[in-house]
Design a protein around this ligand. Structure first.
Ligand SMILES: [Zn+2]
Length: 157
């Protein structure tokens, strides 16, 4: 896809749950991407680095569909599926082993800041970290809790 087409897509999108670009594209056009997502009033700007999403590798989520205050908090099943599908499920923050009793869903961009329930905005974490983080910025809290990420700039997970 041409640069113009990709940028135009970010501007004209209305119905997708989130907007994303390839990491290399993001690196090259960072400020412009941010500005264009800002102009699209159906989305809120964000930065979420995902290693794998369906068929895509190394993508950056640059916008989340803005649903106002009507986001349903229904994320049932996500944590359960995660525990079943993951070999050694651990809290992304503190690295504690996760099980049915301590696993909870955390929103990377909190609902209170315009985040939604789409899968790219969800992580499964332990209940203790979830409560402690509150509304702190995701990557800030992640670096605070997990030494592995401390000096990394863009953290893909
Ligand atoms: Zn934890």
């Amino acid at each position: 896809m041409s640069v113009f087409k990709q940028l135009s897509h970010l501007y004209h999108s209305k119905n997708e749950h989130f907007l994303f670009v390839d990491y290399n594209f993001y690196k090259k056009w960072k400020p412009l991407i941010k500005f264009i997502v800002f102009l699209n009033k159906d989305y809120i700007s964000c930065l979420i680095f995902r290693k794998n999403y369906k068929l895509y590798k190394d993508i950056v989520i640059v916008g989340l569909k803005w649903n106002g205050r009507n986001v349903k908090r229904r994320t049932t099943g996500f944590a359960k599926d995660f525990l079943e599908e993951t070999k050694n499920p651990r809290c992304i923050y503190c690295n504690k082993k996760l099980n049915e009793t301590n696993a909870t869903i955390d929103h990377i961009v909190p609902i209170s800041k315009g985040g939604n329930n789409c899968q790219v905005n969800l992580v499964v974490v332990c209940i203790k970290c979830n409560n402690e983080r509150g509304n702190m910025e995701f990557y800030k809290y992640l670096k605070l809790k997990n030494q592995t990420y401390k000096n990394q700039k863009n953290i893909f997970f």
